[in-house]
Design a protein around this ligand. Structure first.
Ligand SMILES: CC(C)(COP(=O)(O)OP(=O)(O)OC[C@H]1O[C@@H](n2cnc3c(N)ncnc32)[C@H](O)[C@@H]1OP(=O)(O)O)[C@@H](O)C(=O)NCCC(=O)NCCS
Length: 152
C-alpha cells in the first residue's frame, strides 16, 4: 500500500541525529537529490559538522519514516538552505514549506536577515518551489567555487 498521508499533525519535525544517517541516504536517493557521498555528506563529515554546532539539520518524520530533510547553515552574514528533500510519496503536502520555515525561524533568531539557496539550472521544479516560498531568482549571479578535490 502506498504510504501517503493527508494529516499534517502526523508530521514530526525534529533535529537530525547521526543514527538517522542510513535512512537519510535512502531518502536522498529516493528524492534524487544531488549530494556528495564522498565529500561533505560523508557520515563522519556530517557528524563533525553537527559537533561544530553551526548547522541546523532537521528531518520530517511520518510514522517513523524519514520523509524529508533540510540543512540550514550560516556564515554569520547569510543563511543557506541546503539538502532540502522530500520523499516522492510525501510531496505536495507542505512538508518542504514547513522545513524551510522552521530553518528560517531559527536563522532569524540568530540575527540572520537574508536566506539563500543554490539550485542547479536544470531543476526548474525546485526553482518554482522556492519562488512559492518567497525567494527571488538572481539570473545575473554565477556561482564560483575553489575545491580541494572534485568530491568535496
Ligand atoms: C523540492 C521539494 C523538496 C518540494 O517538496 P514538497 O514537500 O513537495 O513541497 P511543498 O509541498 O512544501 O510545496 C511548497 C510550495 O511549492 C509548490 N510546489 C511543490 N512542488 C511543486 C512542483 N513540482 N512544481 C511547482 N510547484 C510546486 C507547492 O504547491 C507549494 O506552494 P503552495 O503552498 O503555494 O501551494 C521536493 O520536490 C523534492 O524533494 N525534490 C527533489 C530534491 C530537490 O530538488 N531538492 C531541492 C534542491 S535545491
Amino acid at each position: 500500500m502506498k504510504s501517503s498521508h493527508k494529516n499534517s499533525s502526523d508530521i514530526v519535525i525534529r533535529e537530525f541525529c547521526i543514527g538517522d544517517y542510513d535512512a537519510l541516504i535512502i531518502l536522498w536517493n529516493d528524492a534524487q537529490l544531488e549530494y556528495k557521498p564522498k565529500g561533505r555528506d560523508r557520515r563522519d563529515k556530517i557528524e563533525s559538522e553537527l559537533e561544530r554546532g553551526n548547522a541546523i539539520f532537521l528531518v520530517a518524520e511520518i510514522n517513523g519514516k524519514l520523509a524529508g530533510s533540510i540543512l540550514g547553515t550560516h556564515d554569520g552574514r547569510k543563511g543557506w538552505i541546503n539538502r532540502l528533500a522530500v520523499a516522492p510519496e510525501f510531496r505536495k503536502q507542505g512538508i518542504a514549506r514547513r522545513l524551510v520555515s522552521e530553518v528560517e525561524d531559527r536563522l532569524s533568531e540568530l540575527g540572520i536577515e537574508i536566506m539563500a539557496c543554490l539550485i542547479e539550472d536544470w531543476n526548474t521544479k525546485s526553482m518554482q518551489v522556492f519562488e512559492k516560498l518567497g525567494y527571488k531568482k538572481h539570473s545575473d549571479i554565477i556561482y564560483f567555487t575553489k575545491r580541494k578535490h572534485l568530491d568535496v
